[in-house]
Design a binder for this molecule. Structure first.
Ligand code: SF4
Length: 159
């Protein structure tokens, strides 16, 4: 890890900690999950950046799970197609809470640009390196959705 990556990671962790202390809440319709295009399977031919309904929900990437999660809680879902467009969506007046999924550097840049919007961050997983076939831990995303919606935390699965 470079020094820059370490600093970005610490910035994101600190931002999440502060956001949790603030405890911002919002209704589902005002909560937006924003994820990066690189989560889509790189060989998928579907044009999800134009319309998320293009996803065939084949399960080869987490786009299927993110759509399912947004439907489960009735929250908004968007794919970040570029810095400015993503920022406009995040800063829109009707959005009161955001769950941002991205690498730590993009999260830091987005957090600084969108301040003081209430944002919880979920750093992505990068088994193939940056910007290609990235992944995300869905339990982390769902936990943050529930934090914004004033729902009790996810219970550990009981055997
Ligand atoms: S779940 Fe399947 S159809 Fe949907 S974006 Fe991923 S690879 Fe494409």
């Amino acid at each position: 890890m470079t020094i820059g990556e370490v600093l970005d990671s610490k910035f994101v962790s600190l931002s999440n900690m502060i956001q949790r202390l603030k405890g911002s809440k919002c209704p589902p319709s005002s909560l937006l999950i924003m994820f990066p295009h690189c989560i889509q399977w790189s060989k998928c031919p579907q044009k999800i950046t134009l319309d998320l309904n293009e996803c065939k929900r084949c399960g080869k990437c987490k786009v299927k799970d993110l759509i399912a999660l947004s439907e489960k809680y009735g929250v908004q879902l968007a794919v970040a197609t570029g810095g400015r467009a993503a920022l406009e969506r995040v800063k829109a007046d009707d959005i009161r809470g955001v769950i941002g999924i991205a690498c730590e550097k993009e999260l830091r840049i987005g957090l600084m640009a969108a301040f003081p919007k209430a944002i919880l961050s979920v750093p992505n997983l990068r088994p193939h390196g940056y910007c290609k076939d990235t992944d995300v831990t869905m339990e982390d995303v769902e936990r943050q959705v529930r934090e914004f919606l004033e729902q009790s935390p996810l219970e550990p699965t009981k055997s």
